[in-house]
Design a protein around this ligand. Structure first.
Ligand code: ZN
Ligand code: ZN
Length: 577
């Protein structure tokens, strides 16, 4: 008797199900991607209890005849037609061919499908097809999954709460809608509409349908290409931010991807335009030759590997940074017409969007009923030639200034920090470093590991003009520093620079280190709140600020200046109606 037992197909399917299907959203993903492959432009996903009770997908795709309907539930079904020039596509389909069989092995499936006059009704439970009958049906496929994981208790217990499963499905359908603006998607849960898009083919309109007006009216269009990549889409202005990266919507050749290098490039492009820990909303389509995409990645993961990743990452970084730079404006204080109050609240885009959206004051055009007036927008290059006149200081913290266009209010620390940050960054690029010998050299004793970590990267400080010597066991002596470092930095503040080198230790990245150094030093060197400034000092600060590349934020992304236009002032005081 043979010792080797052949694994039954049903068991193999169950094992495969564990890999491909791990939550309700993965069932939704497999079914909806089948609908897209079938050419559907209208796809409805109806969940009961977040998918825990049932998941139904109804599409108007090409549907199947009886033979294909039955075959679609066998493993390695290869009846699908695909573009043979698209390796990436084939590979995903290869996995998907198994998916339906895998789902059917761990759930109850009811499917009606039709590609001509006669439809087919198929019922499968636990991988056993117990009904195949003819039915009258419209063209397309409707498939309902119930009792997910009923025969695999070990997996069943890993299903999350209804709210979590629904959230996962919602975020997947939202991303898929953004990836496919020409397909109308509807997602309902217990008959309540959660996501609905029109399939208009217009990406900005889809963004509106997913995120609401406040987001869609604050998006910047991007479009750029390099030898191997074409990047298009929309990126959010820094005024509209989220508390997590879930709204980095990135697609490669129409497929949803999540990649750390791409995410980092997006985040880096917003450096100093936003607070740390907050993230923009972006929708980016990347088109490329499919052969550049590494297909050997697990099907349920959305990660992607690509040759020429460096080229892609720098294209994305550059494109977003340019879009932000070219659209910088002084934020206007928004005046609520009804209340005549400055408001900074924000309409939540979706009830399922649990993470709070933060909004800084957003530039807007005013709609005053019959009178519609658009204030001229001062973009950053024009800003550099502005002259602002200081009026005075409020609470020793804010500077009030004016010019012929209106009134400005500045956070003096944020403004000064921006000035220092850009100054220091420029000094970093100097060919010849200027340095000052310290009157009293500073010795710092470190632990052995910190000492080693510091000495590993000491050259980066030496290149900047710091004079550092080893001084006995695990001790360093700082004897000089670059001239841009203010005198008040000598002493304990120098210790924070040493600590920063050590913190950056393990995977030391020079650019990142220099940026955090510039941020830290500029913050410490800048005038604080509750510090009195003379009119002359204020004027100097205003003059320096307007010359900055991004005068509107401190280096941590906090606002530094806001504007009340003359029109807003008049409106507030009812001088105009
Ligand atoms: Zn600061
Ligand atoms: Zn700051």
């Amino acid at each position: 008797m043979s010792k080797i037992r052949v694994m039954s197909e049903n068991l193999a399917n169950k094992i495969a199900a564990g890999e491909v299907v791990e939550k309700c959203a993965s069932v939704v993903k497999e079914l909806v991607e089948n609908s897209i492959d079938a050419g559907a432009n209208n796809i409805k996903v109806n969940l009961i209890d977040g998918g825990l009770t049932s998941i139904a997908v109804v599409d108007n795709g090409s549907g199947m005849d009886k033979e294909d309907a039955v075959l679609s539930f066998s493993r390695h079904a290869t009846s699908k037609i695909y573009k043979d020039d698209d390796l990436f596509f084939i590979e995903t389909l290869g996995f998907r061919g198994e998916a339906l069989a895998s789902i059917a092995s761990v759930a109850e499936v009811d499917m009606e499908t039709c590609n001509s006059d006669i439809g087919t009704h198929v019922h499968i439970k636990g991988g056993v097809m117990d009904l195949v009958e003819a039915t009258s049906a419209r063209v397309g496929t409707s498939i309902t999954i119930t009792n997910l994981f009923y025969n695999t208790p070990a997996r069943l217990k890993y299903l999350k709460s209804e709210a979590t499963e629904l959230n996962n499905c919602t975020s997947f359908i939202e991303k898929l809608s953004l990836a496919n603006p020409s397909i109308a998607f509807t997602l309902t849960n217990n008959d309540r509409v959660v996501v609905k898009t029109s399939g208009s083919g217009n990406l900005l309109k889809t963004i509106h349908e997913i995120y609401g007006l406040n987001v869609s009216s604050n998006m910047l269009e991007i479009k750029a290409s390099s030898d191997d990549f074409e990047v298009t889409g929309f990126v959010g202005k820094p005024g509209i931010l989220k508390k997590n990266r879930n709204h980095f919507n990135t697609f490669v050749n129409g497929r949803i991807v999540r990649n750390n290098e791409i995410n980092r490039a997006i985040n880096d492009a917003y450096n100093t335009y936003k607070h740390e820990g907050f993230y923009p909303i972006v929708v980016i389509n990347i088109e490329t030759d499919p052969t550049l995409v590494d297909v050997n990645i697990h099907p349920t993961k959305q990660d992607i590997k690509m040759s020429k990743m460096d080229e892609l990452v720098s294209l994305i970084y550059k494109t977003i940074k340019e879009a932000l730079y070219n659209n910088l404006i002084i934020p206007n204080a928004i005046v609520d017409d009804a209340l005549n109050e400055v408001k900074s609240d924000f309409i939540e885009p979706s009830v399922y969007d649990k993470d709070k959206t933060v909004t800084e004051v957003v530039q807007t055009t005013f709609d005053f009923g019959t009178v519609k007036e658009e204030e001229p927008v001062i973009k950053n290059e024009a800003f550099k030639s502005l002259k602002l006149y200081p009026i005075g200081q409020v609470h020793g913290t804010y500077i009030i200034a004016e010019n012929e266009d209106g009134m400005f209010i500045l956070d003096q620390h944020a403004a000064h920090e921006r000035v220092n940050y850009e100054m220091i960054k420029k000094r970093f690029a100097d060919e010849v470093v200027q340095y000052t010998d310290m009157l009293v050299p500073l010795s710092i004793e470190l632990s052995t590991s910190d000492f080693n970590a510091f000495m590993d990267n000491v050259s980066v400080l030496e290149d900047l003009g710091f004079k550092i010597e080893e001084f006995g066991i695990n001790t360093i002596l700082i004897k000089g520093h670059p001239t841009w470092l203010a005198k008040n930095f000598e002493g304990d503040n120098l210790r924070t620079i040493v600590d920063l080198v050590i913190e950056n230790g393990k995977n030391f990245n020079k650019d990142r280190f220099l940026d955090s150094l510039a941020k830290m030093v500029s913050c410490k060197m800048s005038v604080k709140a509750n510090e009195h400034l003379s009119l002359g000092e204020m004027e100097k600060l205003l003059d320096d600020l307007v010359k900055c590349d991004n005068p509107y934020n401190c280096c941590h992304g906090r606002p530094s200046i806001m504007k009340f236009t003359n029109y807003e002032l008049e409106k507030m005081f009812k001088r105009v109606m």
